[in-house]
Design a protein around this ligand. Structure first.
Ligand SMILES: *[C@@H]1O[C@H](CO)[C@@H](O)[C@H](O)[C@H]1NC(C)=O
Ligand SMILES: *[C@@H]1O[C@H](CO)[C@@H](O)[C@H](O)[C@H]1NC(C)=O
Ligand SMILES: *[C@@H]1O[C@H](CO)[C@@H](O)[C@H](O)[C@H]1NC(C)=O
Ligand SMILES: *[C@@H]1O[C@H](CO)[C@@H](O)[C@H](O)[C@H]1NC(C)=O
Length: 458
């Protein structure tokens, strides 16, 4: 009897969970637990690629700066370098991507230690990097590369580096789409653009490529009710092919960022410096001035590997993930200086990833007297401190953790070869003697592994 009833009970539970569990309201959508892979991943790569990668001048907002804002820098650039009457659409055939080797990209991303990748499937210019049925003659199969760039990258990542989750950025609005401009003129009392363009293309993207991140953007002009965001998300979480693993950001309509979504991005480069109650992401750029590639960038326009590791340490200490942006070129290359940063990050994570992946924040996020020490994320009974500079005379004092019972402090990367860092308790705090520098493998930042310490109340 009991045995016979069990299957129908299981079936009932299954059905109850998988169908219609989430209502199209923020209260219901926000109750969905964050899929486990995302928090532990910590490091992702953002790719801004599109027709804007052809002029590769100023930023990915090129078209808007040139023809909406009429910014002199862009107007002059066009007058000086292009024939009169040249339109933005004329750039598209030059988006050639002849050197795009998705498997090569996958191997660089893997070498960076990233656990997810987010590609701009469509930026505000409206050009789709996949053959969308809703973007006639303004997509990468009809014009330019003559390839399904989204599909090719998804396939390469999934076959070559299955540990990396594939995600897609998607802009809700398009600067110059006539239906969007019409809806806007109607104060968003009509939604022809959403019904005939935005929604169909989002469903098409999810059903075709099954992205595990949807990084929405371009939401700010209109409310979420105009975009039908909650309607789409209820379908995504209840019935889509990625309903169990997908995570979404927070840019789903005016007033929504920083309030609703699987995780918060709030503003670009968001890095609050204090522990956050909700999962968040710091989307940041290697080029300090642009998300899209700029041909005329100088080496000093790129952040150093030390700055990148600093962002990472601050971010994970406060409960966030970093999404490190790279701007590929029109011909499909990852610029060498960006590739180098990614490989440097990977070489550091190779040694110190233990302190990063799957860590959770500790009671304190930084030390007040050793300003270089960020981190202190916790894993089991261990506390990891990321020292961003080598202390004077190799002697570092920490006041925000104190030893008890049998403290044990080790520098992570020398653990197997030396006795590790020595420590002693002093009145001013815990004093740590760093090992000889020649014995450590890491450059740029060093991880202290502390066992038997508790948070000081300061
Ligand atoms: C990906 O990175 C891991 C860890 O560094 C490495 O073991 C693996 O061989 C890499 N895979 C590829 C395909 O590069
Ligand atoms: C939109 O709102 C503005 C300001 O409230 C108003 O002047 C205008 O008439 C409205 N337009 C439409 C089409 O409703
Ligand atoms: C909003 O999305 C829901 C769920 O996909 C759909 O049933 C509904 O028709 C959409 N409404 C509009 C106005 O697009
Ligand atoms: C370190 O932590 C303290 C106390 O939480 C905080 O006031 C301070 O701003 C932090 N330091 C930095 C550099 O953010």
């Amino acid at each position: 009897m009991v045995r016979a009833q069990l299957p129908s009970l299981l079936l009932f539970c299954f059905y109850g969970l998988s169908h219609g569990a989430y209502e199209p309201t923020w209260a219901s959508l926000d109750s969905r637990p964050l899929p486990g892979w995302y928090d532990g991943a910590k490091v992702g790569i953002f790719l801004h690629w599109g027709v804007f990668s052809v002029p590769s001048f100023g930023s990915e907002w090129f078209w808007s700066h040139w023809q909406a804002a009429h910014s002199p820098k862009y107007v002059e650039f066009m007058e000086k370098n292009y024939r009169p009457g040249f339109t933005y659409a004329d750039f598209a055939p030059e988006f050639t991507a002849e050197f795009f080797e998705p498997e090569e990209w996958a191997s660089v991303f893997n070498a960076s230690g990233a656990r997810y990748v987010v590609l701009t499937s469509k930026h505000h210019e409206g050009f789709t990097l996949w053959p969308s049925r809703y973007s006639w003659n303004w997509n990468s199969l009809d014009v330019g590369p003559k390839r399904d760039l989204v599909g090719d990258l998804a396939k390469a990542l999934r076959s070559k580096t299955p540990g990396i989750h594939f995600g897609l950025y998607h802009s809700l609005y398009e600067w110059f789409h006539p239906l969007y401009l019409q809806d806007k003129k109607n104060n968003f009392t009509t939604n022809d653009f959403v019904v005939t363009k935005t929604m169909p293309e989002l469903y098409e993207l999810v059903n075709t490529y099954e992205p595990e991140v949807i990084w929405s953007d371009g939401d700010w002009d209109a409310h979420d009710t105009y975009w039908n965001s909650t309607g789409f998300l209820a379908w995504l979480f209840n019935d889509s092919p990625v309903k169990d693993t997908v995570v979404v950001n927070d840019r789903w309509g005016r007033g929504i960022p920083c309030h609703h979504g699987s995780y918060y991005t709030c503003t670009d480069h968001y890095n609050p410096g204090v522990l956050q109650p909700h999962k968040w992401e710091n989307c940041m750029t290697l080029d300090k001035h642009s998300w899209g590639y700029r041909r005329n960038a100088h080496a000093t326009d790129y952040i150093s590997i030390h700055q990148l590791i600093t962002e990472l340490a601050q971010t994970i200490s406060c409960g966030g993930n970093v999404l490190v942006n790279v701007g590929p070129t029109h011909d499909g290359r990852l610029p060498p200086i960006m590739e180098e940063r990614l490989r440097q990050l990977g070489s550091w994570l190779d040694v110190n990833g233990e302190a990063v992946y799957d860590s959770v924040p500790w009671k304190h996020q930084n030390d007040t007297v050793a300003p270089g020490v960020w981190g202190l994320p916790r894993r089991g009974d261990l506390v990891y401190g990321i020292a961003l500079s080598w202390p004077k005379d190799s002697l570092m004092t920490l006041v925000r953790s104190y030893q008890h019972h049998t403290p044990h402090i080790t520098m992570w990367d020398t653990m197997r070869t030396t006795a590790g860092a020595e420590y002693k308790a002093t009145r001013s705090g815990m004093q740590i003697v760093f090992p000889p520098m020649a014995e450590v493998k890491s450059q740029w930042a060093w991880v202290l592994v502390m066992a038997g310490v508790t948070p000081a109340s300061t």
